[in-house]
Design a protein around this ligand. Structure first.
Ligand SMILES: Cc1cc2nc3c(=O)[nH]c(=O)nc-3n(C[C@H](O)[C@H](O)[C@H](O)COP(=O)(O)OP(=O)(O)OC[C@H]3O[C@@H](n4cnc5c(N)ncnc54)[C@H](O)[C@@H]3O)c2cc1C
Ligand code: SF4
Length: 524
């Protein structure tokens, strides 16, 4: 890969189609999560927008290189695939934005980040200001910038994408958010007046974190309960470190707990260790349900209970996390697998195959019953998996898992499929082809066939749920059928995205604050 020259001043290499001609100022910026801090000269934000945007000239700026680890190198580590951007590359990429008045990127973003506003500040050298724009509408821009499927959200709607590669909005969002987090710190009010209200949050994933932050900033005392020992939800216990460095989750958790005073109670399963009634009896004035869709779907195939056949969550957490972050029962390190077969077709299955590669497996095969066109996950993840040597068996389904002489799984017997008429999901139904069975050797099989919500959390607690376990909640407010109980995220919509959980959670936070404010007025 071509080496990227690191500038000593921001003025170097940033001559775009126009020049702001402003005075420069000193600022510490650090790059990514590597802890390196450099003093750079940056140009402060302009008080007003640039004189005019020469869109034609901007469209001629070539897409900037987005540095990434080479596949041969990255298969031997769990570090993020993408390497940190340099400041001059970030600013030049931001200059590719033609500042569309209608900003289709912003409309396509579930939290409606003011993308052109942030990018204009970045190209002007106002890194902190640009980052703050993202934090106005999002609690997790450092994570969304890394995790969102931008190709079907902001970048998929970027007008520049009609002519060339769209503006790399996700990379720039993560860049700006990292800079702010590591220099000025996450935005927080200097002081908040305690309201005297207590809010319990069930689940400390993206939805729980967003509501905890919003409510703590308003002066409410927030406690997050979670079944796992540490906060983060799937950000910690699911998404691998090569997509999201755990230090980024840790710094957000540190901010919530140590700067905003949010309490965290781990190893507590609501619905078993405590009920919602218990929480109200303990004096909480409102409850926010954000327990996700964490129950792994089962696969009804003979041999599924053999040793060596594992659910995706167990495999991902044992493969990606150090034992001290795991409950006692999951602390045994995974043995180095030889032949791994992963069953499934979503983002989780991609995370599993790529984790297996990094654990040193000899051969890793993905088995999916439809074709690549029907896969719901990100195309980029499949590209990365292919680059890392994963084999794809499309139009293939497992028929049974076979044991070896030691009683552990030794092979997956598969059958070829063809696509029939569309099913309820709108995707064409896979139909088995008679006599097409074949065998793939496997000493480890990982099942990544989807997740559902646990209806037991709200059972007999006055909160209605659908037959599939998902909580029934108002789309705009998160209100459930029990007064004072709100819900958002995957436990309402089913397994989805970090950013959609955030979008719904932010609406619920506003509604919880309004609910508590009404209580305060009634008591006055
Ligand atoms: C492997 C994997 C990879 C993914 N990759 C991406 C990606 O790249 N990009 C993207 O946008 N999305 C991705 N997702 C989806 C994304 O992580 C989720 O949509 C998002 O985390 C949902 O947020 P949430 O807060 O609703 O739930 P979660 O993140 O699931 O958090 C729920 C929390 O509630 C806790 N909990 C559950 N039940 C209870 C209970 N009874 N009592 C107490 N606590 C409880 C859980 O332990 C968990 O910590 C991925 C999901 C998986 C599984
Ligand atoms: S659509 Fe693309 S070019 Fe237009 S404002 Fe958004 S990022 Fe800029």
């Amino acid at each position: 890969m071509k080496a990227i020259r690191r500038p000593t001043t921001l003025q170097e290499g940033t001559n775009g189609p126009w020049q702001s001609g402003m005075a420069s100022a000193k600022l510490f910026v650090s790059v990514g999560t590597n802890g390196r801090k450099d003093r750079l000269t940056v140009t402060p934000a302009s008080a007003k927008a640039p004189p005019a945007i020469d869109r034609k000239a901007r469209l001629k700026i070539p897409p900037q290189p987005m540095p990434a680890q080479d596949p041969e190198k990255r298969i031997h580590n769990f570090d993020e695939v993408y390497l940190p951007l340099t400041l001059d590359i970030a600013r030049m990429e931001a200059m590719r934005c033609i500042q569309c008045p209608a900003a289709p990127c912003q409309k396509a973003c579930p939290v409606h980040n003011d993308i052109p506003g942030a990018l204009l500040r970045l190209e002007n050298g106002d890194i902190i200001g640009g980052a703050r724009v993202f934090f106005e509408t999002s609690n997790l821009p450092d994570m969304c910038g890394r995790l969102c499927p931008q190709e079907r959200l902001c970048e998929g709607h970027c007008v520049v994408g009609k002519h060339a590669r769209p503006v790399a909005i996700g990379r720039l969002e993560a860049f700006l958010a990292d800079q702010l987090a590591e220099t000025a710190g996450y935005p927080a009010p200097d002081r908040v007046e305690p309201t005297g209200f207590r809010v319990a949050i069930v689940g400390a994933g993206p939805a729980g974190i967003a509501v905890a932050e919003e409510l703590a900033k308003k002066g409410h005392a927030v406690t997050m309960f979670d079944a796992w020992p540490r906060p983060g939800g799937l950000l910690t216990y699911g998404i691998p470190s090569f997509k999201l460095d755990k230090r980024i989750v840790d710094r957000k958790v540190d901010f919530l707990l140590n700067r905003l005073g949010v309490r965290f109670v781990g190893d507590t399963y609501i619905g078993r260790d405590k009920t919602l009634d218990d929480l109200f009896a303990e004096g909480y004035h409102a409850i926010f349900l954000a327990y996700g869709a964490s129950v792994n779907n089962r696969l009804d195939v003979p041999g599924v209970d053999l040793p060596g056949v594992m659910q995706a969550t167990e495999f991902l957490v044992r493969g990606n996390l150090p034992p001290e972050r795991l409950p006692e029962r999951l602390r045994d390190p995974l043995p180095r697998p030889r032949d791994v077969v992963v069953i499934g077709g979503g983002d989780t299955s991609m995370d599993c195959v790529r984790t297996a590669v990094r654990l040193g497996a000899g051969r890793v095969t993905l088995v999916y019953r439809r074709t690549e066109a029907e896969m719901v996950g990100r195309a980029e993840e499949r590209k990365h998996a292919r680059e890392e040597g994963v084999l794809f068996e499309y139009l293939t389904a497992p028929v049974r898992f076979q044991a070896g002489p030691d009683g552990r799984v030794a092979a997956v017997v598969c059958q070829r499929m063809e696509l029939g008429a569309p099913d309820a999901s709108g995707r064409r139904r896979p139909v088995p082809i008679e006599g097409s069975e074949f065998t793939i050797p496997a000493d480890l099989v990982v099942l990544a066939v989807g997740y559902t919500a646990d209806p037991g959390v709200v059972a007999s607690q006055g909160v209605e749920h659908r037959p599939d376990g998902l909580v029934i909640a108002n789309e705009e407010t998160g209100e459930t059928t029990r007064p004072g109980v709100f819900a958002a995220g995957d436990c309402v919509h089913g397994a989805d995205l970090v950013v959609t959980a955030l979008a719904a959670a932010r609406k619920a936070a506003a509604a919880i604050h309004a609910y508590l404010s009404r209580k305060a007025e009634a008591a006055a």
